[in-house]
Design a protein around this ligand. Sequence first.
Ligand SMILES: [Fe+2]
Length: 127
Amino acid sequence: MPRLFTYNEFENGSEKVRQYADKHSPVIICESTAERNKPFRVKVKIGKSVKHPNAPDHHYEYIQLWNLETLVGEIKLQRSSFGDLPVHIEAEFTIIPKTSLRLTALAYCNKHGLWQSEELFVPVTEE
Ligand SMILES: [Fe+2]
């Protein structure tokens, strides 16, 4: 089992350490509630405020979105598609939920490992 890193492990560190954690942390962005059987868009952004390097030897390879233990989707990333510049990579997923969601995003940096977002609870309402 690989180690999963989270921003919270580093939040009491120095400014440099917090920036390191920030630029690696996936963040889930979506509405606070979803409607049953209606498309629900979820965006995952890497880095709350600091851009991650996107260099030939240091870049993100994939982003996954999970609902509890179920893999909702995975996006493979091509470094060269982002111009070899520091970047906030964003990936969008669409879910059609039947029940409430407990979403977590994972993102893999080829140098610094697998990073986990905070879990986000999204209640699903009837139409
Ligand atoms: Fe990295």
